[in-house]
Design a protein around this ligand. Structure first.
Ligand code: MV4
Length: 516
């Protein structure tokens, strides 16, 4: 990145990470790689969590409940001022898409690492963003421009675009306040249901109507925008494998996006970001129909969970790019004309049981062994012995692989899933093992309903996970027990940081076998 001579750089020497779990770890690592001090907040439930152990500084922000900790924008800005942090990185979730929080940061003179509040608010309203996108020449799904006044207006619109249609909440996103209507007789009740769900969920009952696109893919474009008016596309991620609006597997590039479609979707995403004066990292979501047409859905104004697959195929560090943009630097040549190299796939690992309706499975991680080797990246927010609290999203982390092409990436992922061991909690690892043998997945035949359909049809029954037997594990455990016996015979002074942490009570409850 190059500095524009006219703009003085904004000093960023210390950043407060206002998040938890794997994304706090990812951001802290990015900061460390840049030589920037990383501070992190934590709730009572996260006192011994991995970000707290990795950060240069860690500050208690409140009790376990998010409302009293990670969502306390006032306390977080106050803390940033107190500790001399130049900027706040919000991660995803929590305060990351809260325009009021961004304004609060601006007023305090603490740099928010993300877009400005106007761009964030414009994209937060689905009706407003649809209107802006249409005006900017970004394709949107055929449908209404304004909030629907009543069921009669909904019926008139539905007749003009043709059934099936979707009624969506303007303040929604992620599927809340959304109703699919296939027959005119069901429209009025769907309108009322969407309106009341939108009112109770968002305090804003306005809804609009769109033509329903059958069995599309979810393909999103990663964009970066500097503070000098330059916006670039870093290509797409295929995120069609979802269950109930929760992404499960993501990959880059999409198996069906060729360089011409990538260029057209990239240009549309750049127009979308430019139309709202967007800055920093963002993602423009599209529905990609079977006939190759694509439509703007919404823009996520944050760094996303699945950003690593873009990093793996572009060789870029998106957290470093976010910091450079926040410092006022201009996007350099390495960000222009980016084409994907090879193929990356990410599996999300949640503490939940996919074969019992994905119920959360909180508890203690008794054993954790991550895969390693060529092309494997672990973005993980927990360690062996850690507790998975019930208070937050149960994502433990992500397993990401890179291969020279999709086939190699899939083979490496199969190998990595075979090496992965998580005990003490339930995860989707057996489901992933089944998916990695599924003919439709292998052929890249994906759509947004595929995972739910296959789960319901029993086509993804738990597969045998391991290609290894347990002998190496037993050997490692024996070796570990012996090593521990040797260590406990040593004088305290020679045992280093680990012993000191334990004496400080930091490692209470940390499982012994395998803990490094
Ligand atoms: C749609 C659609 C089909 N047609 N809109 C779901 C979440 C919200 N962001 C938009 N969503 C959808 N909007 C039209 N006009 C299908 C979905 C949809 C979906 C979109 C992306 C990823 C997964 C999905 C699962 C179900 C429905």
């Amino acid at each position: 990145m190059t500095q524009e001579p006219t703009t003085p750089p904004r000093e960023i020497r210390k950043v407060l990470v206002a998040n938890r779990g794997e994304i706090a770890v990812r951001v802290l690592r990015g900061l460390a790689d840049l030589g920037i001090r990383g501070a992190v907040v934590y709730s009572d439930a996260d006192r011994r969590a991995l970000p707290v152990l990795l950060a240069d500084e860690a500050y208690r922000i409140g009790p376990a409940a998010s409302n009293e900790s990670y969502l306390r924008g006032d306390a977080i800005v106050e803390l940033a001022l107190e500790i001399g942090a130049d900027a706040i990185h919000p991660g995803y979730g929590f305060l990351s898409e809260n325009a009021g929080f961004v304004r609060r940061c601006d007023e305090a003179g603490v740099k928010f690492i993300g877009p400005g509040p106007e761009a964030m608010a414009a994209m937060g309203s689905k009706i407003e963003s649809r209107r802006l996108m249409r005006a900017a020449g970004v394709p949107v799904v055929p449908g209404g421009e304004d909030p629907l006044a009543d069921a009669e207006e909904a019926a008139a619109f539905a007749d003009s675009v043709g059934y099936p249609v979707m009624i969506k909440a303007s303040a929604g996103g992620g599927g809340k306040g959304m109703r699919l209507v296939r027959e005119p007789e069901k429209l009025a009740s769907a309108f009322r249901a969407a309106t009341s769900e939108a009112t109770s969920s968002f305090g804003d009952g306005s809804v609009y109507i769109e033509k329903y696109i059958e069995q599309p893919r979810h393909v999103e474009i990663q964009v970066l925008a500097d503070e000098h008016g330059t916006v670039v596309s870093l290509g797409e991620r295929e995120c069609s494998l979802q269950r109930r609006h929760q992404k499960v597997v993501e990959e880059a590039p999409s198996p069906v996006v060729d360089s011409d479609l990538r260029r057209r979707m990239g240009e549309a995403a750049v127009r979308a970001a430019a139309a709202v004066g967007y800055t920093n990292a963002g993602t423009v979501e599209f529905l990609l129909a079977a006939d190759g047409s694509f439509y703007f859905l919404e823009m996520n104004t944050r760094l996303q969970v699945e950003h690593p697959v873009t990093e793996m195929v572009t060789g870029l560090d998106l957290v470093a790019a976010q910091i450079a943009i926040a410092r006022g630097e201009a996007l350099g040549p390495e960000f222009h004309g980016v084409e994907p190299r090879g193929h990356a796939i990410e599996l999300r690992l949640y503490a939940e049981d996919p074969y019992r309706g994905f119920v959360p499975s909180p508890g203690t991680i008794r054993l954790l062994r991550w895969p390693e080797g060529p092309g494997v990246r672990n973005d993980c927010g927990v360690y062996e012995g850690a507790e998975v609290p019930i208070h937050y999203d149960p994502m433990l982390g992500k397993l990401i692989v890179w291969g020279a092409d999709r086939d190699q990436a899939i083979r490496r992922l199969r190998r990595a899933v075979g090496e992965l061991r998580i005990e003490g909690i339930e995860t989707a690892v057996p489901l992933y093992a089944a998916l990695l043998a599924d003919p439709d997945f292998l052929a890249g035949r994906l759509d947004i309903g595929m995972l739910d359909r296959k789960m319901e049809a029993g086509e993804l029954a738990p597969a045998e996970v391991s290609e290894l037997d347990d002998l190496p594990v037993i050997a490692a455990a024996l070796e570990h027990v012996e090593a521990q016996a040797r260590r406990s015979a040593e004088p305290v002074a020679r045992r280093g940081a680990r012993a000191r942490w334990r004496e400080a009570g930091l490692l209470e409850g940390v499982g012994r076998p395998g803990w490094r």
